[in-house]
Design a protein around this ligand. Structure first.
Ligand code: NAP
Ligand code: MG
Length: 403
């Protein structure tokens, strides 16, 4: 078979630990033999981030703006222990945070559905894609512990000296208080990302907030979504046979539990944090969750939702066998290759991405899987494979489908 050509490079961001090992295996076994892989490579491994004072992360984000599509391996977010482990010059920020700040995007997470791994919620038949607003609210708050009687006020002073003042609470005894904010532009780009992604993936959008209680703050989210939908998307949604639906967050939660899935659930920052963990664990496993950052300017960055699987990596370094699930990392590659193919009109590339996904799923459905899935599968006879054996089993399925 002649290798598939790629017109435009894909931005490739390598990462850390066990996922870096899987990354190499996936390229060697599942990509190089079939594709003339055209990537612009950035090494976001912690050592190289440190060597470049984290400039490599910025360069990788800039390259994503240039080419439009990136695929990223999981990376270590340094903490105190990592500072010592890698003798770092400083405690760099999370690469995902740096990239998100430069691309201004929304993160969409969707479970990979496969026969044999059933969701705990019986009504869920199709994936639920969670769209999390990734700016502001309690993640950028200011808060106090109040230790004696007094009053807390919210004060706004405009740059031309106008003042607004409101009483938060008159404290007669100890308590707590908090101030938080969001930006109209960020809410707008969140809304646009959700609607664009919905058109892209042909799914409805559900959005929930608490506007009956928060009559200004949450109401603004509702209004911005509604305004952007009416002004920019209503016609396109109608043509695509899609709907946008707003309700109170508690009503949305109740409906989600009874729904079949197959829609995008847009969540404010905190709701998205909490609900994405609920949705991913209810669908089976973090190792079966894809994640894509979509910017309002049309840039895409694909990755697995899980981290670098540190515990498995330490076993690997000791020369012990690992059974680490590579499915979400394989799907990060297929997501990026498919998008690259779509943008370039490269049908062979799109079709290869589809086939590789199908090969991965049929491998699991035939009972061959990594340990994390074997523990939860409803299939009677699961064979537990190690990290490499699983990738090789996918290759066998892939060759079968391609021939
Ligand atoms: P993690 O890498 O997601 O792993 C947590 C646990 O979940 C693992 O120990 C493993 O459980 C299970 N697991 C996750 N992915 C798996 C897979 N593919 N196959 C099998 N089991 C899997 O989270 P972490 O250990 O808390 O974090 C490790 C590093 O990843 C940290 O340095 C963190 O900063 C980084 N991180 C990066 C990203 C990112 O780049 N997007 C996201 C999150 C975390 P068992 O050990 O029980 O088998
Ligand atoms: Mg969380």
């Amino acid at each position: 078979m002649e290798k598939i050509k790629m017109q435009t490079p894909l931005v490739e961001m390598d990462g850390d630990e066990m996922t870096r090992i899987l990354w190499q295996m996936i390229k060697e076994e599942l990509l190089f033999p079939y594709i003339d892989l055209n990537t612009e490579y950035y090494d976001l491994g912690l050592k190289h981030r440190d060597d470049t004072d984290d400039q490599v992360t910025i360069d990788a984000a800039e390259a994503t703006k240039k080419y439009g599509v990136a695929v990223k391996c999981a990376t270590i977010t340094p903490n105190k222990a990592r500072m010592e482990e890698y003798s770092l010059k400083k405690m760099y920020k999370s690469p995902n945070g740096t990239i998100r700040a430069l691309l201004d995007g929304t993160v969409f997470r969707a479970p990979i559905i496969v026969k044999g791994i059933e969701p705990c919620v019986r009504s869920w038949k199709k994936p639920i894609t969670l769209a999390r607003h990734a700016y502001g609210d309690i993640y950028k708050n200011t808060e106090f512990y109040i230790d004696k009687p007094g009053k807390v006020e919210l004060v706004y002073t405009s740059s031309d000296g106008e003042e607004k003042r409101a009483l938060v609470q008159e404290f007669k005894a100890p308590g707590v208080a908090m101030g938080m904010h969001n930006m109209e532009a960020s809410i707008e780009s969140f809304a646009r990302s959700c609607f664009n992604y919905a058109l892209d993936t042909k799914q409805d959008v559900w959005f929930g907030a608490k506007d009956t209680i928060s009559k200004t703050y949450d109401s603004r989210f509702k209004e911005v979504f509604s305004h952007i939908y009416e002004a920019e998307f209503k016609g396109k949604f109608k043509d695509a046979g899609l709907t946008y639906f707003y309700s109170l967050i508690d009503d949305v939660v109740a409906r989600v539990m009874k729904a079949e899935g197959g829609f995008i659930w847009a969540c404010k920052n905190y709701d998205g944090d909490v609900m994405s963990d609920m949705v991913s664990s209810a669908f089976g496993s973090l190792a079966m969750m894809t994640s894509v950052l979509v910017s309002p300017h049309g840039y895409y960055e694909y990755e697995a939702a899980h981290g670098t699987v540190q515990r498995h990596y330490y076993r690997h370094l000791e020369g012990k066998e690992t059974s680490t699930n590579s499915v979400a990392t394989i799907f990060a590659w297929t997501g990026a290759l498919r998008k690259r193919g779509e943008l370039d009109g490269n049908r062979e590339l799109v079709s290869f991405a589809d086939t590789l996904e199908e090969a991965t799923l049929t491998t699991i459905e035939s009972g061959k899987m990594t340990k994390d899935l074997a523990l939860i599968t409803s299939l009677q006879e699961a064979v537990v494979l190690n990290s490499r054996e699983f990738i090789l089993a996918v290759k066998v399925s892939l060759d079968g489908l391609l021939n």
